[in-house]
Design a protein around this ligand. Structure first.
Ligand code: G6P
Ligand code: ZN
Length: 543
């Protein structure tokens, strides 16, 4: 057994995006591609000599092969120890927890989140730091710079490590500790939530359906919901992680989790439905006959978190991404705590969480989480909901009705125009930037513009400023339009139009969403001329 130093040359396009490097699986399988990227990460973080790292992924195609390569490169670079999930599996929040719990120096997470998996689909790799959160831009910039000048990587010549059972193995001087991917995470959930109360609820006949979408949360949800909390066997469906996620899109929203939506809107619906994504950080919440938007879910969780033992002392503050509805702001205002508005992207919550400014955060894109880890956490959101339902003994629909009756309702929807030619999408945004200053005071669809700007974020912890994060048009009646281009698309540009209309507590709280939003939708078209620019007369996806 020895270290092989392999001569290589830079490979184009290894720039980490919002959440690590995401590419076609076949790109990752090209000669030197993964090796170059892993060595570049190691070089960019100042080496791994003597360090302890965590490794795991969502089980998609190439997960097992990539894990062996990463282990060999870590061993050749002098790492002291790598803690790996059994069969190289770890959900993203479980990996974040393991890094924090074990005081590791960081970790490699193999995932392309909710993107489809398979040989012809997507793969991804990202590096998280010692706080358990995604590497900040300063680090990902260094990684990218390194990928452009790399000349060699070091790899250990060894047999594959056997990762099929918990235990310990040795690769040269490096220890490999193989852990049950679920155990530490389940223990953390048990500390935060009142498992006894949830067990009582389920024992009293409360029924649920959790759709793991053939992705990584299957084993987590089965262990926690069925084995520990007593949900009926079979409550967790699509529970076996598959390398291609069963050919589906493991993205928990009403479009891709349409099976679950159909069950929850049907006559035989259980009391509670939920789903998570490929790597387990996103969530979708559905009650019998009622879909809960991620924005509303954040607000309800913020208003009710004190029912869970982990949040009994209240919240230090909450944060939401700018396009997320302002429902959470109303909860924070009433509770007398701070509410922060950040750009899209979980990494912007990291500083606020590390500094203890916020306890809960969330995004309209189905991410919710807290200071228990430094990633969003799908199953955590499901358990917080269950804890609240167990404490309040009301249905999801009743909880939503009570919430709106107390705070008013932020009707909300997102319209996506996908794969728009980049020049047309940019022209739409550029034109908006040009007319923003003249909008205040003008009327559209019977509503008057109060303010219009391009969102800039000033991080209160490190003083960094992120500009041009999305166009906001706010109306005097509290309605709001946000428009921005997606930072995660892979084909052309995706225009996201976020629409919000507020009805106070004594207003009409039970309108169909499309009807409530009709004037806001009309105003967005009037102002941005979406049809002309995109050539489409309706959005491709509405969530
Ligand atoms: C990923 C990120 C989220 C972000 C979402 C949508 O899931 O982790 O933080 O909200 O993508 O981003 P986009 O730029 O496509 O709207
Ligand atoms: Zn994800």
């Amino acid at each position: 057994m020895s270290v092989n130093t392999v001569t290589t040359t830079p490979i184009e396009g290894q720039k980490p995006g919002t959440s690590g490097l995401r590419k076609k699986t076949r790109d990752f399988m090209q000669e030197h591609f993964l090796e170059n990227f892993v060595q570049s990460i190691i070089d960019a973080i100042g080496g791994v000599e003597g360090k302890t790292l965590v490794l795991g992924g969502d089980g998609r195609f190439f997960n097992d092969r990539a894990a062996q390569v990463i282990l060999r490169i870590c061993a050749a670079n002098g790492a002291a120890k790598v803690i790996v999930g059994q069969n190289a599996l770890l959900s993203t929040p479980a990996a974040s927890n393991l890094i924090r719990k074990r005081g590791a120096d960081g970790g490699f997470i193999m995932s392309a989140s909710h993107n489809p998996g398979g040989e012809d689909e997507d793969f991804g790799l990202k590096f998280n730091g010692a706080n358990g959160g995604p590497a900040p831009e300063s680090v990902t910039d260094r990684i990218f710079a390194r990928t452009r000048e790399i000349t060699e990587y070091r790899i250990f010549v060894a047999q594959d490590a056997d990762l099929s059972a918990p235990g310990s193995a040795q690769m040269g001087g490096m220890e490999i500790e193989i852990v049950d991917p679920v155990a530490d995470y389940a223990e953390l959930m048990d500390q935060i939530f009142d498992f006894a109360a949830i067990r009582d609820l389920l024992g009293a006949g409360f029924t649920l359906r959790f759709d793991a979408m053939h992705a990584v949360t299957g084993p987590y949800a089965t262990e926690i919901l069925e084995n520990r909390l007593g949900a009926a066997p079979g409550s967790v469906v699509n529970a076996t992680p598959l390398p291609d996620f069963g050919g589906g899109h493991p993205d928990p929203n009403p479009v891709w989790a349409d099976d679950l939506m159909a069950v929850m809107m049907g006559a035989e619906a259980p009391d509670f439905g939920a789903a998570s994504d490929g790597d387990g950080d996103r969530n979708m919440i559905v009650g019998r006959g009622i879909y809960v938007t991620p924005s509303d879910s954040l607000a309800v969780l913020a208003a009710n978190a004190h029912h869970a033992p982990g949040y009994a002392a209240g919240l230090s503050g909450v944060a939401r991404s700018m396009p997320t509805s302002r429902a959470a702001d109303l909860v924070a205002e009433k509770a007398g705590i701070d509410c922060y508005e950040t750009p899209t992207g979980w990494k912007f919550f990291g500083n606020l969480l590390d500094a203890g400014r916020v306890t809960l955060c969330g995004e309209e894109s189905a991410g919710t989480g807290s200071d228990h880890v430094r990633e969003k956490d799908g199953l955590w959101a499901v358990l917080l909901w269950l804890n609240i339902l167990a404490a309040r003994r009301q249905s999801v629909a009743e909880i939503m009705r009570d919430h709106w009756a107390e705070y008013g309702r932020n009707y909300y929807s997102r319209h996506d125009y996908e794969a728009v030619p980049a020049d047309r999408a940019n022209a739409l945004i550029d034109r908006l930037r040009g007319i923003l200053d003249g909008l205040p005071g003008q009327d559209f669809a019977g509503m008057q513009v109060e303010a219009a700007n391009d969102f800039a974020y000033h991080d209160p912890i490190d003083d960094s400023v992120s500009e041009r994060q999305g166009i906001r048009i706010i109306f005097t009646d509290g309605s709001r339009i946000v428009m921005r281009l997606s930072g995660t698309g892979t084909e052309g540009a995706t225009l996201r139009v976020y629409l919000e209309r507020y009805q106070p507590a004594d207003g009409n709280l039970s309108l169909p969403v499309e009807e409530a939003l009709a004037p806001v939708i009309a105003a967005a078209e009037d102002i941005a001329q979406i049809r002309d620019h995109t050539g489409r007369d309706r959005p491709d996806v509405t969530t």
